[in-house]
Design a protein around this ligand. Structure first.
Ligand SMILES: Cc1cc2nc3c(=O)[nH]c(=O)nc-3n(C[C@H](O)[C@H](O)[C@H](O)COP(=O)(O)OP(=O)(O)OC[C@H]3O[C@@H](n4cnc5c(N)ncnc54)[C@H](O)[C@@H]3O)c2cc1C
Length: 512
């Protein structure tokens, strides 16, 4: 795999410099920016607008042990149990212990959590949690509320520039010294080299490499792929989480939005096409079993009944409760002719979250000096083989703040002088959209909820062929670069899935 995807003569590349460059304006990127020392200049880049991130889609909320009946120790136990024996216990402990503190910081920044009638924080339960510990905002609009508040705070900072419609092309590193020295971006037809000693990759997950995903369209594994090209180590790549219940639009045959796990937390029951509550005897936690278990059982029911979907039944709750507790879900289903207080909701599992990513330590540091990662792009190991519901926003908060604290402690250093030069390769002129579909179909069919060696080998052959076609060419951002990124990360996931010979959490091979 070559280090850079573009070929350009240096005079076409603008040059600028910052103390810190952050790729991604979701919760991880913005929260990192707000915790940087104000003496440090910082650019936060995002490939689209600030709201085009997964963070703004988060419905259920943030898990933190803030209830008197709860404790970080109990939160840790549930996190490790969901992680299926492959979690990093030390970092998971750090995360849950810092949970209550992050909630207070968010409140100080202006985030307003939902309250119950007695004026206490309204804390709910989700799959895999034994205690009520999920805080939310605006019912099921947690992410958009938080992003609105934090982005306004970041915009008010003099030291931070938010640059929308700036696509990360490559991470520039000095391989000899194993050191990051900036990034190249592409915006409005121009390349810019942003020199920096500190690059934070907060570019989110990988949803776009699957045909069906809950993720925003622009989440296509770009930051992880660029880090891999720069020599960053990745880990846990085989662990891809499927959310059990995305709304399945029957006439369209698509899964356009998520039905939060919190609906099952409030009493929702999964039913097969015969109306049977099938989770009753499949797991002690029944409908609130960990996500990997529920997704697999739904998948089996769909296969057995030759159906594209099953049903979620929350008709035990009143119309007024549901419209207030889940305003987004209630309204979105109603627009599609389903009154969730009366009708069954059609649901199917879809790709949702990536437990793997750029391997990082407790300060978000990768194996390359000056290259940090946080949020879904990073793999701290806290989720192990299966993320516990509502732990990912918490992970974003804890480890992005840790990264900024570490950068603050290293102080202000001269911005690197390094120049960049690219070798002159021919521009790729073949069709690319069909290559993108090929990756998505292969990942969906062969690297999904239930895998086997034969399917994984088939997917690897196909993805490697895409890589080969693009390699040896100069790729034009954003489309060609994006597809190369998807192929690189898809290849990493398939290889890891082939390598792991035992089932754990979200990695399930029927041939083992
Ligand atoms: C529908 C949905 C509901 C969810 N609900 C919850 C929940 O209730 N609780 C919970 O804990 N988690 C939830 N999650 C997961 C959680 O939202 C994400 O894991 C988390 O928000 C990731 O945050 P992030 O900052 O790492 O990435 P994101 O929020 O995805 O942000 C990524 C950023 O990187 C930018 N970017 C990407 N590629 C490039 C590039 N090439 N160049 C420049 N910029 C780039 C994007 O534009 C974006 O700004 C949910 C996820 C989804 C999809």
């Amino acid at each position: 795999m070559r280090q850079y995807t573009i070929t350009a003569v240096p005079k076409r590349v603008n040059k600028t410099g910052y103390d810190v460059v952050i790729v991604g304006a979701g919760l991880a990127g913005l929260y990192a920016a707000i915790h940087l020392d104000e003496s440090l200049s910082c650019a936060v880049i995002t490939k689209e607008s600030i709201l085009s991130c997964n963070s703004s889609l988060a419905q259920g909320g943030i898990a933190a042990a803030v209830d008197l009946s709860d404790s970080p120790e109990k939160h840790l136990e549930d996190t490790l149990k969901a992680g299926a024996g492959v979690s990093d216990e030390r970092l998971a402990r750090l995360m849950v212990e810092k949970g209550p503190e992050e909630i207070s910081i968010l409140e100080d920044l202006g985030v307003v959590f939902d309250m119950d009638v007695s004026g206490q924080k309204y804390i709910t339960r989700e799959g895999g949690h034994r205690n009520k510990r999920v805080l939310h905002c605006g019912g099921d609009s947690t992410g958009s509320h938080i992003i609105e508040v934090i982005s306004a705070r970041v915009r008010a900072r003099q030291n931070v520039h938010i640059l929308e419609d700036h696509f990360l092309v490559d991470i520039i590193s000095n391989r000899g010294e194993n050191k990051a020295c900036g990034i190249v971006t592409f915006s409005k037809g121009e390349y810019t080299f942003m020199a920096s000693n500190n690059v934070i990759i907060a570019s989110g997950g990988i949803g776009g490499i699957y045909r069906n995903t809950t993720n925003q369209k622009g989440i296509t594994a770009d930051g992880i792929a660029a880090a891999m090209r720069a020599g960053a180590e990745c880990r846990d790549m085989e662990f891809v989480q499927f959310h059990p219940t995305a709304f399945y639009d029957v006439p369209e045959g698509t899964a356009p939005f998520l039905i939060s796990e919190a609906v099952r937390g409030e009493g929702g029951i999964l039913r097969n096409p015969r109306g049977e509550a099938f989770m009753k005897d499949r797991h002690p936690m029944q409908d609130l079993a960990p996500r990997d278990v529920v997704a697999r059982e739904i998948f089996r029911e769909m296969k057995e009944h030759s159906s594209q979907y099953i049903y979620l039944d929350i008709s035990s709750k009143s119309r007024s409760f549901l419209s207030e507790r889940f305003p987004f879900i209630f309204k979105s289903c109603l627009e599609r002719g389903i009154d969730i207080s009366r009708d069954l909701i059609t649901v199917a599992p879809v790709q949702h979250y990536f437990m793997g990513g750029i391997a990082t330590d407790e300060f978000g540091r990768s194996n390359i000096q000056g290259l940090y990662a946080c949020g879904e792009a990073a793999c701290t190991g806290v989720h192990g083989a299966n993320r516990l519901a509502s732990n990912s926003l918490l992970e974003c908060l804890v480890f992005s703040r840790q990264s900024s604290m570490h950068i603050n402690s290293t102080g202000k250093n001269p911005i690197p002088e390094a120049g960049i030069s690219f070798s002159d390769l021919p521009v790729y002129e073949g069709a690319v959209i069909s290559l993108e579909r090929e990756i998505q179909e292969n990942m969906q069919e062969h690297c999904g909820i239930i895998r086997n060696e034969e399917g994984l080998q088939k997917a690897l052959g196909s993805v490697s062929a895409v890589m080969k076609k693009l390699d040896g060419h100069s790729l034009e951002p954003p489309v060609q670069t994006r597809i190369q990124n998807m192929a690189i990360v898809a290849g990493g996931i398939i290889n890891a899935a082939l390598k792991r010979k035992s089932n754990a959490g979200a990695h399930y091979r029927e041939d083992l």
